[in-house]
Design a protein around this ligand. Structure first.
Ligand SMILES: [Zn+2]
Length: 272
């Protein structure tokens, strides 16, 4: 296989064609407030950001049942676990099935990442997640109700991935059946999933002592280490952003004891 020979159309500013009009009803349901550290080595930023369905699709790359089912599951979990608080992406560990679609929802909304050991894999989870709040150890599980997603579509999803010699579908059949499969997935989302609420078919429960899989790899996540550091009382940072995104005054704060302390380097004499 070489690079694709497909002719691509250029994208146009502000055109979110990748979120089709039939998904409109999901937009208000799938809004997630998240919070993060202000900067590398920074403290926790008190203002939240809103991740939308459009953002999820843009990150993942396409609309699919896995993305929407994952987002529904995460919305149900957030409603029960966080009770109106944002998803704190500096403080969550997530376990997901190793699905391209479910794993992307997990990573984007919780901040969990394989390289920090905070996105772990468990294929027995099916469509659902385990989420642990690292600071408290509180843990929740969400699972899709068995039978909610049609087994016929699941069977075709598996068959269309089969490239063995005994595969039930020939390549010329595949051209048609991949398209039918996509239409069936999207029809199910439009007619069944979007007609339901996240808590209807995604069941959340608190776990006492969750068996969290071992990480494949673990590293210290340096951008969240200082999440509990308080705001400065003496140093007036010129980058304190206002709600509108404006910055009040830029440049070095002249005459600041703390600027002088910084200039002396980490091992230089302390203030006072
Ligand atoms: Zn997908």
């Amino acid at each position: 296989m070489g690079p694709s020979t497909q002719e691509f159309e250029p994208s146009r500013d502000g055109e979110a064609w990748y979120v089709p009009a039939w998904l409109e009803a999901a937009r208000p349901v799938l809004e997630f407030d998240v919070c993060d550290a202000r900067s590398a080595q920074g403290r926790l930023e008190p203002r939240t950001k809103r991740v939308t369905l459009d953002d999820l699709v843009l990150f993942h790359g396409h609309v699919c049942d896995g993305l929407l089912r994952g987002a529904y599951a995460m919305r149900a979990l957030g409603d029960v676990a966080f009770e109106g608080r944002p998803f704190d992406r500096t403080d969550l560990l997530v376990v997901s099935k190793n699905s391209p679609c479910l794993g992307d929802v997990a990573a984007y909304l919780t901040g969990g990442r394989g390289r920090f050991g905070t996105l772990r894999l468990d294929n027995d989870l099916g469509v659902g997640y385990v989420v642990r709040e690292l600071s408290t150890g509180r843990t929740w599980e969400v699972r899709e109700e068995p039978g909610f997603f049609p087994s016929l579509i699941s069977e075709w999803e598996a068959a269309l991935l089969d490239d063995s010699s005994g595969a039930p579908v020939t390549s010329s059949e595949k051209a048609e059946l991949v398209a039918v499969n996509e239409a069936r997935q999207w029809s199910w989302m439009r007619e069944v999933l979007l007609a339901s609420r996240p808590g209807d078919h995604y069941v959340v429960r608190s776990l006492d002592a969750a068996e969290i899989p071992e990480p494949l790899y673990e590293a210290r996540r340096t951008d969240v280490v200082n999440r509990e550091v308080r705001a400065p009382r003496e140093y007036a940072t010129p980058y304190e952003p206002l709600l509108g995104g404006a910055t009040p005054r830029l440049g070095r704060v002249e005459g600041s004891t703390w600027e002088d302390r910084y200039d002396r380097g980490p091992t230089g004499p302390r203030v006072g």
